[in-house]
Write a protein of this length. Structure first.
Lengths: 559, 190
């Protein structure tokens, strides 16, 4: 009962907060004449930082080139800090050189807003690397996503010029992510999180053992980690490490921070295209999927740890393996769904140790990747489903499909189909390859179907730019590092480039007149159509893989 | 070429503000929470560190309360979970050892949190129920009445989420420090 109240408070509270934040994000990302002189002054500063290109108006291609070049710079700068960390300052615990394929994987991971971690922060990264390489990318990779959504929305509003990427990325960083990070990091500090540049503390325990206690600038890092759907932990086991999430209350703040900006992104999108009611329908569809997954996870996680059934161990408390007591048992399935519905990927419990069907819910979240999704990019992914839903509906009634008064034609549908197929391809094909080779088989921590789930989860996480994992997998090997690194980069940029291309293509068309036969995108019929499209196209693609992993494990052991 | 230069300028600006400025400000705010900002450390009168109240440490001796199992053996610079599936036979084997260690029987089954390892392996808490379970061992090992230990547990029991959670927990390290303070460990039968 208290669990239900708590879940409603977190989800409902976040949804309420997202409304004013969406309005604010519109003001920050796409100011109009009413924004005021102070706001215009900020844009002049951003333009001057962007120098010669600060006032350029970019069509979708120029915008995309700017985005890609900036991301290459992000990758390179971050790579340099990490590769040179043993020679650089702010390394009190004397971290050594990081292995090459691990640097590639980690930098690809943080550039692509994934934060899949094949390393353990407290064992391999200096404070300088954590801050200048990783935390910096947590800001600017998230800002890249918000900028891309703003640009796409402008295109759908009919503007051929989609804005200026260099200004947009600063707007997202300085006006959206940074102020909220200050607030959340401060809450974390008062919640008991460490924030220090001193090296590990050396303790002599009550029983006389030595214990080296890793710490660091945790509060600042965790705030942007959660807000930017990054998810990369300061410590190896992420938010299960007590320093990274000390209390019930920091845990609650974390969960709101995970879902807040992805929710607000939908409202920002609606305001830029000038169709807030449409955004409301999309928001409701996303919420339906979110609540369905939460219900599923809560239900399946009530079953006690199956492995203890034959032993004299109390079975009334549900499955506690991999969970922290201070968060309360009910929060774990909620967190697992929130972090994978968005592309966050930070964990509040070990997903590898969730009951089999509970573990399926995060995978569904990553397969859809659009039921709020990553900051900015979640709404972009949903746009692809919308285009497809509009197309299918158009076919059903025999009319040329339209979206926001623009005709959706072969070119747009091809791009949308490629985007969706790429996502499935990047998950299923590499999983199959690793499953039949020692690359995968030799790295498993669990046998049988659960071992398959570990590999399936890993590529789902990489392709969804999520970053969580069934962490038992011994994934710090050259094949895993290279394969997931490539998947993360392709799966980041293809679903940004193609939707922007669709928006550019739509913006170039003549607007059609609204008529009685036009498919409305602001009513229940459209919501139902969108839900059906997501279910059929998104979920069924992955059903056979799910059957081989979590479903068979459930049927074999749990019933 | 132009885009590259502009990208570098924007990279520099964001790096200065988000890494330099932001980190400095949050470090500054941390001055208001000096204790937890340094890791909630507990020290002895001579200044040496006993541990952190947020981080579990290893307890093996019968006159102390024991924390939950830890996959990395309470290594606070290498936290990790077991990452075993709840259907795993490995987990059954590990739990068998834990059951033996506590001497649990079907009449007196082990509280589940004492059998299950936490996510990071450093969970500083056990349930109050699990502490009471261990009182039967700690009280004779300390040579004191069980009621005295139970009273101590009750004083240290807290609710992590107030009205939002039914859970009642104790912090193992703080409880053991209180044990040493209230019941001289040197007089106990070790």
């Amino acid at each position: 009962m208290t669990a239900m109240v708590f879940i409603l408070l977190i989800v409902g509270g976040s949804a309420l907060l997202s409304w004013p934040l969406g309005r604010y994000m519109k003001w920050a990302m796409d100011p109009d004449e009413t924004a005021g002189p102070g706001r215009q002054k900020l844009d002049r500063i951003f333009a001057s930082i962007a120098g010669t290109l600060g006032t350029e108006q970019q069509g979708w291609k120029r915008y995309m080139v700017a985005l890609l070049i900036f991301n290459i710079v992000m990758f390179t700068v971050s790579f340099a800090f990490m590769a040179l960390q043993q020679h650089l300052p702010l390394n009190p615990d004397e971290m050594k050189a990081v292995e090459g394929s691990l640097i590639f994987n980690t930098v690809a991971s943080f550039t692509s807003n994934t934060n899949l971690q094949h390393y353990s922060g407290e064992a391999s990264m200096s404070y300088l690397t954590q801050l200048c390489s990783l935390m910096w990318l947590q800001f600017v990779s998230a800002a890249t996503g918000v900028a891309a959504l703003a640009a796409m929305a402008r295109g759908l509003a009919g503007r051929k010029m989609m804005g200026n990427f260099f200004v947009d990325v600063q707007r997202a960083t300085f006006l959206v992510l940074l102020p909220i990070s200050f607030v959340v990091a401060t809450l974390f500090l008062f919640g008991g999180m460490p924030m220090t540049l001193q090296g590990s503390a050396h303790a002599a325990t009550l029983e006389g053992l030595q214990q080296i206690i890793a710490r660091g600038p945790v509060a600042a890092f965790v705030a942007i980690k959660q807000l930017g759907t990054n998810g990369g932990g300061f410590f190896g086991p992420n938010c299960t490490q007590p320093f990274e999430n000390p209390t019930f209350w920091t845990n609650a703040v974390c969960m709101v921070a995970i879902i807040l900006i992805p929710m607000a992104s939908v409202w920002m999108f609606g305001r830029i295209i000038g169709r807030v009611r449409h955004a409301g329908v999309v928001f409701a569809v996303m919420l339906v999927f979110l609540l369905a997954k939460i219900s599923g996870a809560v239900w399946f996680e009530q079953a006690p740890t199956q492995a203890f059934a034959s032993l004299p161990i109390e079975q009334a408390t549900g499955n506690l393996e991999g969970k922290e007591l201070r968060f309360g048992a009910a929060t774990v399935p909620l967190w697992a769904v929130l972090t994978t519905s968005t592309s966050n990927g930070s964990v509040g419990a070990m997903h590898d140790s969730l009951n089999p069907m509970t573990g399926l819910m995060p995978m569904i979240g990553m397969w859809l990747n659009a039921t709020f999704g990553g900051v900015g990019v979640g709404m972009i992914n949903m746009f692809i489903y919308i285009i497809l839903a509009v197309f299918i509906a158009g076919m059903m009634v025999g009319r040329t499909p339209e979206y926001l008064n623009r005709r959706v034609e072969a070119r747009e549908i091809k791009f949308a189909a490629v985007t969706l197929l790429a996502h499935a391809f990047f998950i299923l094909v590499p999983t199959a390859v690793f499953a039949v080779t020692p690359w995968g088989a030799a790295t498993l921590n669990n046998v049988g179907p659960h071992g398959f789930s570990e590999m399936l989860y890993e590529f789902s996480s990489a392709a969804a730019n999520n970053g969580s994992g069934f962490e038992g997998l011994g994934d710090n090997t050259v094949p895993w590092n290279i394969a997931t690194g490539i998947v993360m980069l392709l799966a980041r940029f293809i679903p940004i480039i193609l939707p922007l291309a669709i928006a550019g293509s739509l913006a170039a068309k003549k607007p059609t007149a609204q008529s009685a036969g036009t498919l409305g995108v602001e009513d229940v019929t459209f919501a139902a159509m969108l839900i059906a499209t997501i279910l059929v196209v998104g979920a069924l693609t992955f059903f056979p893989a799910a059957a081989l992993g979590p479903i068979v494990e459930h049927l074999k052991f749990m019933v | 070429m132009n885009s590259l230069l502009v990208s570098l300028r924007v990279a520099l600006a964001t790096m200065l503000v988000c890494v330099g400025g932001y980190t400095a400000v949050i470090l500054g705010v941390g001055v208001l929470t000096p204790d937890s900002a340094q890791g909630s450390l507990i020290t002895r009168p001579d200044g040496t560190i006993i541990g952190s109240r947020l981080i579990a440490q290893k307890f093996d001796k019968p006159h102390y309360f024991w924390p939950r199992p830890s996959a990395p053996d309470y290594n606070a610079s290498g936290a990790a979970g077991s990452n075993k599936s709840p259907t795993s036979a490995d987990l059954t084997d590990r739990a068998k050892q834990t059951v033996e260690r506590y001497g649990a029987t079907q009449d007196k089954p082990l509280p589940a949190d004492l059998a299950a390892a936490s996510g990071g392996g450093l969970d500083p808490h056990i349930t109050a129920h699990a502490a009471l379970y261990q009182a039967d061992r700690v009280a004779p090992a300390r040579g004191v009445a069980r009621e005295a230990i139970v009273a101590l547990i009750e004083r240290h029991t807290f609710s992590p989420g107030g009205p939002l959670t039914p859970d009642r927990l104790v912090n193992v390290l703080e409880l053991n420090l209180a044990l040493d303070r209230d019941f001289d460990p040197t007089s106990s039968s070790k």
